[in-house]
Design a protein around this ligand. Sequence first.
Ligand code: HXC
Length: 513
Amino acid sequence: MTNKVETLQKKLAEAALGGGQNRIDAQHKKGKLSARERVELLLDEGSFEEIGALVTHRTKDFDMENQIFLGDGVVTGYGTVNGRLIYVFSQDFTVFGGSLSETHAEKICKIMDMAMKTGAPVIGLNDSGGARIQEGVRSLGGYADIFYRNVRASGAIPQISAIMGPCAGGAVYSPAITDFVMMVENTSYMFVTGPNVVKTVTNEEVSSEELGGAMTHATKSGVTHLTSANDFECIQQIKQLLSYIPQNCEETPAKLPYELGDEIREVLETIVPENANQPYDMREVISGICDTESFMEIHKDYAENIVVGFARLAGRSVGIVANQPISLAGVLDIESSKKAARFTRFCDCFNIPLVVLVDVPGFLPGTDQEWKGIITNGAKLLYALSEATVPRVTVITRKAYGGAYDVMNSKHIGADMNFAWPGAEIAVMGAKGASEIIFKKEISEAADPAAKLVEKEAEYAKLFANPYTAAERGFIDEVIEPRFTRRKLIKAFAMLENKVDHLPKKKHGNIPL
Ligand code: HXC
């Protein structure tokens, strides 16, 4: 028996070394942790249970039968993060560059299937040279097996992808389907075709970093939701993210213990400037409303005219969608609509209530927006919010103009409670634009057209640049003093805790894509 146990121990020690100490050292030299170190850092101490440590590839071509590494380039298993079950796969760059073989894919599929059966998140730590070139189509099949499961799992269990090295070619589509993509700065990149192919096809000269590095995807494409300076920070972000999210679509997020006493926040009285054209940072409103330091912003550097992220209200997890007046006056455009729509849908999938903060002058005009499809893309946000059955509460802090008023979680599209601050302006358009249209004749015929315009603007503003016309119709449930906003929200969400709302029976909706 001693010999048999020794054999086992020897095999496990071999598996633990992946592609060998030299390659692990090389990984460290690049500023990257090894696949196992990442898993250990992510999971609660001692909680990791490995599955498939002794799996090997089945390829014989290209002398592959003489290159066997136990585990075949991916560490898979389960464990806990802050006491809650998760499944994890961590690609091991030290084994054939973390490339995906048929068996490597089978290991990932196995834990995905288990996660679906038991209703727990899957975290993928990606660091791979792509398809295992020696395996050809068997590797492509492996990818497709994963994509298929990503789609089946979407909306049922949370899926988070951290890109901690290369992720190229079709391999990018698994992370793209998952709920959140995070990238480590300077050591990770994602692209469908690399710089060499780009040069051949389009004659563009571009580095890997510029083409598909973390900052590129955080600012330009929006592919990544979060970036981090190194592997340690990336793993911390995964843990933080998980803390707001339930285990699956049947559960609600964990409520943290919270002692009330700070519901009235005077700071909220002074954030919005007197002058309606002066910007302010909506993040100040968010921190004024939420539990102290509970806000985790998602997609921070992309479509900055809308802010989205997770926060807590009296210990309850909420999703925040908020226009941002310091960027493009908080206007809705193609990118911001897509960003907010995707975030809204994530929250709705996983029973996370939504707080929508509104200060929006309307949709961004122009040929660029129209030709790129602001109609279809703006409709995404309208669709996502209308479809959401989670508790939804709106606060209009200042402007709510035009179609954007309807879109930004108005009562008409199913919001549960709609508040407005006393300085709110809820109208079809700004007073100047409106007056120029409806009083055009009167103004042009006046002895002093400029003075007439000012007079008419004031008349229009008095009638509509306030929250009271909307409140009289019941479109606003209550006009509230800013300092009471936090208390109103806490009470509203407590009241809505047992909200039940179902969509009509259907196969699935047809969101404008
Ligand atoms: C097999 C691979 C591999 C791969 C890397 N290796 N990629 N083995 N299949 N795809 C091996 C290398 O041979 C090397 O083995 C080790 O991993 C480390 O690779 P290096 O090149 O030394 O590392 P580095 O210089 O850091 O470069 C990393 C890299 C590069 C940029 C990822 O290896 C690379 O360009 N690889 C090929 C990428 C690629 O074209 N993949 C296929 C994409 S198409 P040794 O033994 O020397 O340590 C694709 C389709 C998916 O993925 C479609 C899904 C639908």
